[in-house]
Design a protein around this ligand. Sequence first.
Ligand SMILES: NC(=O)c1ccc[n+]([C@@H]2O[C@H](COP(=O)([O-])OP(=O)(O)OC[C@H]3O[C@@H](n4cnc5c(N)ncnc54)[C@H](O)[C@@H]3O)[C@@H](O)[C@H]2O)c1
Length: 333
Amino acid sequence: MVERKVRLLSSADILQVCSMKEAIEAVRRAFILASEGKVEVPTRTRLDVPEARGTSLIMPSYLPEAGKLGVKIINLYEDNPAKGLPFSQALMLVFEASDGRPSGILEAGTLTALRTGAACGLATELLSRPESQRLALFGAGFQARFQLEAVVAVRKIEEVRVFDQDKERAEVFARKMSERLSIRLKVAGSAQEALENADIVSTATTSKTPVFDDKDIKPGVHINAIGSYKPEEREVPSLTVARARVFVDSRDMALEEAGDLIIPMKEGLFGPEHIEAEIGEVASRKKSGRLSAEEITFFKTVGIAAQDIVLASIVLQKAIEKGLGYLFDFYEG
Ligand SMILES: NC(=O)c1ccc[n+]([C@@H]2O[C@H](COP(=O)([O-])OP(=O)(O)OC[C@H]3O[C@@H](n4cnc5c(N)ncnc54)[C@H](O)[C@@H]3O)[C@@H](O)[C@H]2O)c1
């Protein structure tokens, strides 16, 4: 008998069935499939809602190996945090590719944060120096928790310095996360202080301009940048990107959306060939990752739908096995 009901999964359901380590493996698979052209991810559609300072991204996907079709809609609203609402709100719809049946609706704010953290966990595993111990984390918002958990999942982190322009937010975050992960988290008073002796830097802010100075980045550092997703916005200074070996989630998407790369390219600092590889090419060993202990490596992710559909398929399957979520009948009789 074909299942006609749709499974609704909350944020808590998703976190119950998928650890960060499992998410990293899912995203490794997603990036390898994406780089090999084995998952279909048409360019996402962007709708602007200027009256409300909002942007809506519509991200379709087709994953033949799991027989799933997906669409994620993620709405990013700049004024939401001040209203006590999440900056991003999202749903992921999953359909069976065999007959088009809807099979899952997932809360996708958490799904997105988990897969974005996992992307940087993978990049950190592949690109940072193995002995890295100190993390500088920029931003103490919703994504930051997952960025931190991801780095801690792949490196033995001894100290984290978190810097947010909202110091109170950074303090609450540091208290909560040091309890949760049993690691030392300090609030930095400035970007420069956060970067002192950092081995790994993760930026997860809503800033439209660089969040640190190039001169504060030391040789050997690995940087993950997730924040900006528009061509005119960025978190990382041009000079840092110019002197780094650069890796991305998707070349096409990065050249279309990543201000961190597009702005220095417009300034004439480098061309598209400065992108060394997609992270999937490094994960599948087609391209090399870090070549020396001194080089700076830079991973920019704008997020691709392959991550969403691979992770959503795994989460949905695990939820079915555990009988998690709420089964909803859209049809009569
Ligand atoms: N790459 C991806 O796949 C992906 C996925 C999801 C979200 N994002 C992006 O991640 C960013 C963060 O999202 P969020 O949900 O955590 O937002 P949030 O509003 O919860 O947190 C953002 C934090 O950044 C801080 N901030 C802003 N400017 C800063 C600066 N110059 N220095 C230090 N801190 C600064 C804010 O005070 C805030 O605490 C957004 O830009 C979002 O679009 C990217």
